[in-house]
Design a binder for this molecule. Structure first.
Ligand SMILES: [Zn+2]
Length: 100
């Protein structure tokens, strides 16, 4: 499978990297919208919910292009920020997990 900066850059330029902020707690959830699926990421823990990350981890890789996209989007401040209320947090996570 092809992996490189072009894939990362298109995710960013297509605004597929999203930061969900829950208020007032300021809890955050990062997602990257891939092909028909939204992946859940934790850039601080270097975690992505995609199968590529999971299987890459097993073979000793540390990252996937979603994770690289979030790190780059963060650095360049190029992501979609969406604000939710804390009451929506549980439903949001539930829908994200059911999508995995
Ligand atoms: Zn991933």
């Amino acid at each position: 499978m092809k992996k490189g900066p072009d894939k990362v850059e298109s995710l960013i330029s297509e605004r597929r990297v999203k930061l969900h902020v829950f208020e007032p707690s300021q809890r955050i959830v990062w997602t990257v919208v891939g092909k028909g699926k939204e992946h859940w990421l934790d850039p601080d823990a270097e975690f992505c919910s995609c199968p590529g990350y999971y299987f890459g981890k097993l073979s000793g890789k540390k990252s996937c292009y979603h994770l690289e996209s979030v790190l780059l989007a963060k650095k360049e401040n190029k992501f979609e920020k969406i604000v939710f209320s804390d009451e929506e947090y549980v439903d949001f996570l539930a829908s994200l997990i059911s999508d995995l």
